[in-house]
Design a protein around this ligand. Sequence first.
Ligand SMILES: [Zn+2]
Length: 243
Amino acid sequence: MTDAEKALYSWQLDVAGFGDEGQRRLKQSSVLVSRCGGVGGHLAAELAMAGVGTLVLAHAGNLRLDDLNRQVLMSHTGLNTPRAPQAAERLRALNPYTRVEAFEENVTPENVKRLVTSVDAVASCAPLFEERLLLNQEAVRQKKPLVDCAMFELEAQLVTVFPGKTACLACLYPAPPPAWQRRFPVLGAVAGVIGCLGALELIKLLSGLASPLENQLLLCDLRTLAFRRTTLLRRPDCLVCGK
Ligand SMILES: [Zn+2]
């Protein structure tokens, strides 16, 4: 770490269990962020500012006016232009020591292997079950940890997957639920809460700061501020992680 980096991170170097060693581990780490809109945008911002060494972004499409109630890495000046490069530019401005690679593509069966191969850990922040389950499958196959963040209206949930050790996302959702809509009610603050919790899970598992969730599903009811954890058991017949 250079003196400038030590100065940049000085307020977090004093966090118990983190310190120089945790910071060094973060700098050596790389994370794939699948979609960097509402949830993934907040998550990526926290990872960049914390000093994760490399972020790989996967996010297709141009910025629309109705994205701007929640997509914190975007701005009105970027309307109708691709989102991934805007997110990358903002993240580099937040932390010039973080290397950012941006792909204008969502996760697909064609690109998932390449995207997951390039990183140490995966953040799944897509709104579609198909993309989340595809990433889960590839992360389990490559034995890379995955943090899945999801939300609907004022509810949010989080699962952390350690392949070979814990239940995976397909143990919870063997198939995408029927009739799931791409468009659903979203407040930016809810996306921010679960994006930040997902970032914290990744910081914990990459730096060794503390233990991430294992075999647990975190459920957040943000209407009442009730947070609860339920046990998530590995299914022996899971098509992704089962025997
Ligand atoms: Zn499983």
